[in-house]
Design a protein around this ligand. Sequence first.
Ligand code: ATP
Ligand code: MG
Length: 323
Amino acid sequence: MVVRIENVKKVFGPILALNGISLEVERGKIFGLLGPNGAGKTTTIKILTTLVRPDSGRVEINGLEVAREAVRVRGTIGYVPQELTVDTYLTAREHLAYFADLYHLAPAIREARIQELLALMNLERDADRRVKYFSGGMKKKLDLACGLIHRPPLILLDEPSLGLDVRVRRDVWDHILRLKEQGATVFVCTNYMDEAERLCDDVAIIDHGKIAARGSPGALKGELKRDIISVEIGGPNGHFSEEALAALQGALDGLGGVKATMRNGKQLKVYVESNEMALPRILQSASALAVPIYKITYSRPGLDEVFLHYTGHAFAAESESGV
Ligand SMILES: Nc1ncnc2c1ncn2[C@@H]1O[C@H](COP(=O)(O)OP(=O)(O)OP(=O)(O)O)[C@@H](O)[C@H]1O
Ligand SMILES: [Mg+2]
């Protein structure tokens, strides 16, 4: 294990930021810590980077106890914080040179490494412009490059794609995948469930300073053992009948493999054990009742459903309200 966190607690005055969390991160994996605003993600990453001391519990990176071997730990990690750190008056190249010096990079490899990162982040043409004139996305990419210049075996990224447009976000994630291919371990905090789902090998869901669930996205979703089918009824002329929908709901409630049904306007959400099994039965029931189906869609649960299942509340609503 590259990272081992055991029963870590942290309070800030009256705020219980971490309420006894335990986590493990395997070498060569992309690990995602997911949770809404204020859940404790940044606090966790700051403890790993030695910037915040836990009140209790044990934290190890590569077998080194973080609290006792802070200097050695710092030499093996790369950290890109949530807020932008790049300075406005330096150029991109000067920033990278500055970070190269901070990490004591040998003069022989310094220039090549700077060039490589400028190319990787697609910043070559802007290398000698002051960062003052950069867009938010360019600044974020430079920030990432600065954290990677010493080729750290463990990379800690706090919300790496916050504020980036879809294209740049994809570039950043492609780059993170390449780092993994090169053998790095990546620990990433994120608010974006869809991203974590696509790119993380393992995730932990954190909520109010506690780990609510851990596992691979696939396994976590699989544990829910339910797929979702949405049925919209209505004839070709848009005719919709309350009675028909109620009759269909009644029929589906008694069907084998159907776990629950829920009305949502003209739509009926059907939670089923498996889409493959339930779809033909739903169509049969509708046909037997002569209820016209306007639209039918089916999906597997996402990590947002996993979050809802383990925490008892929706992810999106919490993050939107900033709780
Ligand atoms: N230095 C600090 N002093 C006081 N309270 C703090 C401090 N750092 C964090 N907190 C509190 O601890 C809790 C967890 O904060 P943290 O920054 O870890 O959340 P987060 O999951 O990173 O949220 P976000 O998604 O908004 O970045 C919050 O209630 C926050 O107000
Ligand atoms: Mg944070």
